[in-house]
Write a protein that binds this ligand. Structure first.
Ligand code: F6P
Length: 356
């Protein structure tokens, strides 16, 4: 059996571990693996691909990024000059079918987040044998308790907070650290708890900057002259504003809320306040041990699902076990933080303010 693999959307620590897992498991089962470059663009006939054997994947498990390269849907559409969604969807099906048939590939593993898995589902519904693998640092996918990449992103936030604490304390400043996560607050909440934040602001909980200012003043009265605030890029300002940056095809990008909040906090408290946006640092670098293991396990499971011809299914992590669900269960809606859930409760219990 010959199988194909591609990753699509933003890169994510652990992608190479998935590829390592896929190639290792496939070679044990006597399968051949073809890796498509740059996401779905690698499927444009006759295909831009590389043969992936055991020697091609030596040492990649620990590497950040992806040896296959990746692009997102907007890039794909621009490359082919496509504008409307129907046209994009139809084109992906046609060119995938042509390339897979040409290369005699019997299963395609798509490693992606919500958007790319939506495309995978579309391919499956059009009769193409697809297996999904969930990927995102945001950890916002339904039907899997965790995605690889999240732990590495959280570790990056924690490392940054450890560093920022020392300078914040020295200068008796307020630090506002903006982290990724799109419309979910997972990275902010986990990073904030592990990194000792005093305030965590997330999209799922409405906050007031007056309340945040009050927290800073109470801390001051207790002799704690610096305050660490973590804000998720998708958090909305109290007036309901979602900050986006970029123009045209980039206008959906979030970011910039950290600077805005820092300015308002400085006005409200009179304290020196600095903003720090971690940005793509959170996506770069080597994956943590957890993400290497999760990635490798996901890769092995994807090959097994392909061998069993369980097309239309997605690898899923539930209760310490790697199993599978349908791709259908994973897309359509993102998984956000439960404002009344146990992790938020833990944050509050250890004295973190959510600004509400
Ligand atoms: O979904 C992953 C993510 O890193 C988000 O957290 C962030 O909003 C977005 O991708 C950034 O995308 P880009 O790399 O296109 O700027």
């Amino acid at each position: 059996m010959r199988i194909g693999i591609l990753n699509s959307g933003g890169d994510c620590p652990g992608l190479n571990a998935v590829i390592h897992g896929v190639v290792g498991a496939a070679s044990k089962l006597g399968m051949e693996v073809i890796g498509f470059r740059d996401g779905f663009e690698g499927l444009i006939p006759p295909g831009d691909y590389m043969q992936l054997g055991l020697t091609d994947t030596v040492g990649i498990l620990k590497l950040g990024g992806t040896i296959l390269g990746t692009t997102n849907k907007r890039h794909f559409a621009a490359k082919l000059g496509l504008v409307n969604l129907e046209e994009i969807a139809g084109t992906v099906v046609d060119l995938t079918r042509e390339t897979l048939d040409g290369l005699e590939i019997e299963a395609l593993i798509v490693v992606g987040g919500e958007g790319s898995l939506g495309t995978a589902l579309h391919l499956y519904n059009a009769g193409i044998p697809v297996i999904g693998v969930p990927k995102t640092i945001d950890n916002d996918l339904q039907a899997t308790a965790m995605t690889f990449g999240f732990d590495s992103a959280v570790s990056c936030v924690v490392d940054a907070l450890d560093r920022l604490h020392t300078t914040a304390v020295s200068h008796k400043r307020v630090m506002v650290v903006e982290v990724m996560g799109r419309n979910a607050g997972w990275i902010a909440l986990w990073g904030g708890i592990a990194g000792g934040a005093d305030v965590v602001l997330i999209p799922e909980i409405d906050f007031s900057l007056e309340k945040v200012a009050a927290v800073i003043e109470e801390r001051e009265a207790r002799g704690s002259y610096s305050t660490m605030i973590v804000v998720a890029e998708g958090a909305r300002l109290p007036d309901g504003d979602l900050i986006t940056k970029g123009k045209g095809e980039n206008s959906v990008r979030l970011g910039g809320i950290g600077e805005v909040i820092a300015d308002r906090i400085a006005e409200l408290t009179g304290k020196e306040t600095r903003a720090c946006t971690l940005g793509h640092l959170q996506r770069g670098g080597q994956p943590t041990s957890l993400d290497r293991i999760l990635g490798a396990r996901f890769g092995v499971k994807a090959v097994e699902l392909a061998q069993q011809k369980k097309f239309g299914s997605m690898v899923s992590y539930q209760a310490y076990h790697v199993g599978s669900v349908t791709i259908e269960e994973a897309v359509h809606k993102v998984r956000t933080v439960d404002p009344n859930g146990e992790v938020v409760h833990t944050a509050r219990a250890i004295g973190i303010s959510l600004g509400d």
